[in-house]
Ligand binder design. Sequence first.
Ligand SMILES: Nc1ncnc2c1ncn2[C@@H]1O[C@H](COP(=O)(O)OP(=O)(O)O)[C@@H](O)[C@H]1O
Ligand SMILES: [Mg+2]
Length: 318
Amino acid sequence: MNVLVVGGGGREHAIVEALHRSHADIFAAMANQNPGIRRRSKDVLLGDVTAVERIVSWAKERAVDLAVIGPEAPLEKGISDALEAAGIPTVGPSREAAQLETNKEFTRELMRREEIPGRPQFWAFDDLGGFEEFVNDSDFEFVIKPLGLTGGKGVRVWGDHFSTKTEALAYGREVLEKKIGGTSRFLVEEKLVGEEFSLQAFCDGRTLVPMPLAQDHKRAYEGDKGPNTGGMGSYSNADHLLPFLTKQDFDQASETMTRTIQAMASRGTPFKGVLYGGFMATNEGPKLLEFNVRFADPESMNVLPICEGDFLDLCGRL
Ligand SMILES: Nc1ncnc2c1ncn2[C@@H]1O[C@H](COP(=O)(O)OP(=O)(O)O)[C@@H](O)[C@H]1O
Ligand SMILES: [Mg+2]
């Protein structure tokens, strides 16, 4: 079976190795030469992974039977829709369903409307005056979040990235003026305190099958200090939970995700692919920080190598 894998990082290498164990013939589209992926591939297309039309026609010429999309950027560009329109079943959500990651306000509104558990309080602003009023009236710490994709560099947390109302206003102004995250609008959320964890799950549009939990180390230095990074490494545990979580926390986080895919199905935009929730374990139970609509990087490297079943067969069911 010919399988296209889009993306050239450690995450995609883990996907490629899992497919290789299922005896798939790999065709890779990536921006860089990942040597691990290169070694396993029948053919490689180098270039922009958001060049949807180029990738689709390359895959068609190579008689690709199935595609697995690694990163979020091509999903936002509608690569799943385009591949499926070309007759290639794809592990990855439609552009519409990918909004769970590409539009943080979409997710928060869905959670509010459907009363999905695990939601922090939030507000949205598109003018500085409204935000200024909020800041002057508020007496709690909050987080400023651009709506769209920022490569993990858009969110600013009170106490970590700013510590006064003046600084909050300055960043609000910057998001509006520079359209950080794609639009002149941003979210403000109550600041949650606790340990973060990642829950990835396979979804076929109706059901959700969770993978083992993992924790990512985002900060550059020891002791959770320093700037946020794309990930300094991650771990998971033999019992598939984490040392600071109970089975009940796991069940609650799964419930947040199950309710979300049910809501997506009932609005006529079913979610299929891999849904990955970034959660904070708070005193009041797990709260959702954000959804991602693809495997986590690097946490996919914790879970894919221990997948006991046939990964290719599993992908075919998504
Ligand atoms: N409501 C919140 N309270 C506290 N910290 C938050 C909150 N939302 C986000 N963060 C912190 O900011 C980081 C990035 O936010 P996230 O929502 O995951 O956006 P992105 O990954 O798109 O940058 C999180 O991993 C978490 O450390
Ligand atoms: Mg995140």
